[in-house]
Structure formats: C-alpha cells, structure tokens
Write a protein that binds this ligand. Structure first.
Ligand SMILES: NC(=O)c1ccc[n+]([C@@H]2O[C@H](COP(=O)([O-])OP(=O)(O)OC[C@H]3O[C@@H](n4cnc5c(N)ncnc54)[C@H](O)[C@@H]3O)[C@@H](O)[C@H]2O)c1
Length: 368
C-alpha cells in the first residue's frame, strides 16, 4: 500500500490525511493506527459508489460494530431533512460522543455527515473518506460543514474538523468524467491562488490528470491538499486569508443558485464559470494583465470545460444572479465582495464593488 501522508494542524484539532491507492482495503488498520477506536461506527455511504468498493470497506471493518446509511447525494438532499435522518439513526442506536461517523462519498455526503457529527451530542468523532476528486482535493480538508436552504447554498453549518481523512484514488475510477473535471477545477483554483509552478505542472499534465494516470493524479491531489492545508492552518475560521479559497466562488454560488442547483450545472462546473468570470472581471478592472489572463484563458479553452455563461444564462437572468451574489455570506453591505487575482499564483485581493458594476459586467458578457 503506497500512501502519502499530510498532517493538518488547526487550533481545534490535528489530523492526518492519507492519499494513495487501495487504502480502503486497510481501513480498520488505518483507524487503529490513528487512534480511532470506537464502539460503534455509522457509515454514511453515497449510493453511487460501486458495490465492489463497499464490499472491500465492509470486509475491512468486519470486526467492528458498523451501521450503514445509504445517501442519495444531491444539492436538494444537502438539507435539514437529511441531517434529521442521520441524527435519528444515531439516537435510536444510542451512539455516544465517543463513537464515530464515517462519510464515504463526495463533498455533499461529507458536508452533510460532518454537520450531523458536529451537532450530535455537541460532537462525535468524524472520519472522512472522500470519493470524488473534488472532495479529495478540497472539501475533505478544513472542517467546513453545511447544508443548503431555499435562500441559498451552505447557509447553515459549522466548522468541525475530522479526526482522519482517507483519500483513495480507486474511488475515482467510477466517477463520471464531468465529475473529474469538477475536481480539477478546484485543483486549478489552488494553483491559481497560490503556486505558479504547480499551475505550470497542471498546464503540462492536464490530459494525464484528467485520465487519472499515476503518478500525476496522486501528485495533483497531494499538491492541492497541501495548499488547502497551509491556508486553513493559518485561518481555520475564514477570518482573513482563508477567504482566498473563495476565488471565483461568489459568481459560482450565484450561478448554481440561479439554476436552482439543477444538474445542468453542478458545483465544480459553476466554479469553472465563476473563475472565468472573476478572471475576465480582473482583466476589465486592470487587476490582472493581458499576458497572465491569456495564459489561464488558453488553459480553460484547451480543456473540455464549460465554456461561457452564455451557454447557461440570458439577460433576463441577471437580476436573479445579482440577488444571489448580494446574499453571499461574504457580503456585509449592499456591495458585492469578490476575490480577484493579480497574477497566477497570487497575490489575491478582496475588493468590494457596487452591484451596478457587476450587473454591467454580466450584461456585457451575456451580449458579446
Ligand atoms: N466543505 C468544504 O470545504 C467544501 C469545499 C468545496 C465544495 N464543497 C461542497 O461539496 C459539494 C460538491 O462536492 P462533489 O463535487 O464531491 O459532489 P457530490 O458529493 O454530489 O458528488 C458528485 C456526484 O458523484 C457521485 N459519486 C460520488 N462518489 C462517486 C464514485 N466514487 N463513483 C461514482 N459516483 C460517485 C455522487 O453520487 C454525485 O452524483 C458541494 O455541495 C459544495 O458546496 C464543500
């Protein structure tokens, strides 16, 4: 079993992240070696994970007392109703704070499971086994939990760090290519905000990464997790530097919400569109120069990424998009806060704009 280990150290907890292939076969030893010794475990399992991997998980945990709950991961089910179901299972089976909840799924399953863990008896042990590229490179690290409400995405949640993260690349083999692209979007975001060398590596190896070739896929997951780790270690509760991780996300969340979180545009695709919008906006406001802008634009254009907001929206959608941007958690006034990059690899700046300016920008992008 070849594995890479990273340690994330935050004020509220220190935990290892293991990255490698065929790790779930050894889940119980990983638990034991990392002091996860509980009486009971509730596994929240994404229903799309192939049965043969779940069989490996079950085999590895056969000596432990394990309960299973299958979860249909969708933004619609990232809801209070799903939390209630999980809490009911925990309560009915007399779980205590010394027991453990294990998420085996993507970012949605992880966000829901970790939120339930954070509020059950004020917190029971949480282990994350991310099964999508996005969750392996991003959402499994840093302790943000959350659910959606009809007012918007992730508006209810908490900060709650896992005890252990196990990222097994074998999960990615059954992932639709659209989901691989979504994970890649977050990898790309990490390089753009933090590390130009890593960006150049991605630019050179994108095809191999998207085809999940080794060692490129493991290296990209590792480098991406390293950036996320550095950022959350400095600012666990998103008071200052962690905000840079929101690059492209103010646009992205508004795009997703405007389409009512439909399958037409999933989260990662929205992030790609959001980063493209943030980059074009940075160019328009002369925050990034044309050469750097073109370097990134070519990368987007050469990949099979969602192309333009025009493929998803028309002029009649602008008010709706703006209203979601104004509701974003980062805004404390009637202005819209955006994270924008000056150069590839940073620095990144936070700037406020009146909604009229964003409205004009969106209009221009939807017409031309
Ligand atoms: N907590 C954080 O810091 C953080 C960061 C980024 C994103 N997020 C959240 O993560 C969510 C997106 O995560 P995601 O992209 O992983 O989405 P997801 O959890 O919906 O998974 C995407 C799809 O892949 C399926 N799937 C999962 N694993 C699979 C596998 N191994 N094989 C086949 N299919 C599989 C799921 O059923 C789903 O249909 C969003 O809700 C977003 O808000 C959270």
């Amino acid at each position: 079993m070849r594995q890479i280990k990273l340690i994330v150290k935050t004020n509220s907890g220190k935990y290892p992240v293991f990255i490698g292939r065929n790790l779930v076969e050894n889940l119980s030893s990983l638990f034991r070696e990392n002091s996860i010794n509980c009486k009971k475990y509730l596994l929240i399992i994404d229903k799309k994970i192939p049965k043969k991997i779940i069989a490996k998980v079950t085999k590895s945990l056969k000596k432990l007392k394990v309960y299973k709950h299958t979860f249909d991961a969708s933004e619609k089910n990232k809801s209070q109703k799903s939390i209630d179901k999980i809490l009911n299972i925990l309560l009915k089976n007399n779980f205590t704070r010394n027991d453990c909840l294990v998420s085996i799924g993507g970012g949605i399953t992880g966000d829901v499971s970790s939120f339930a863990s954070s509020i059950f008896k004020r917190g029971l042990k949480f282990v994350n086994v991310p099964s999508t590229l996005l969750s392996q490179v991003d959402s499994s690290i840093g302790g943000k939990t959350g659910i959606n409400t009809k007012e918007g995405k992730n508006l209810v949640g908490s900060f709650y760090q896992p005890k252990l993260v196990i990222s097994d690349v074998q999960f990615l083999e059954s992932l639709p290519s659209r989901e691989i692209v979504c994970g890649y979007a977050e990898i790309l975001k990490h390089s753009l905000i933090f590390d130009k060398n890593f960006y150049s590596y991605l630019n050179k190896n994108i095809n191999k990464i998207l085809k999940l070739e080794s060692p490129q896929i493991e290296k990209s997951i590792y480098e991406s997790c390293k950036i996320k780790k550095l950022v959350v270690e400095k600012d666990e509760k998103e008071i200052n530097i962690r905000k840079i991780l929101n690059f492209g996300h103010t646009f992205a969340h508004a795009y997703e919400a405007s389409l009512k979180f439909s399958k037409k545009l999933n989260h990662g695709e929205a992030v790609i569109l959001g980063m493209r919008s943030a980059l074009s906006f940075s160019l328009e406001k002369k925050i990034i120069n044309k050469k750097e802008f073109n370097f990134v634009s070519n990368h987007f254009d050469n990949s099979k990424f969602p192309f333009s907001i025009k493929d998803y929206f028309s002029l009649k959608d602008i008010n709706r998009i703006i209203s979601f941007m104004l509701r974003d958690k980062k805004n404390v006034s009637n202005k819209i806060k955006l994270m924008l990059i000056k150069k590839i690899g940073g620095p990144i700046i936070e700037k406020e704009f009146s909604y009229k300016i964003i409205e004009k920008f969106l209009k221009k992008n939807l017409i031309n």
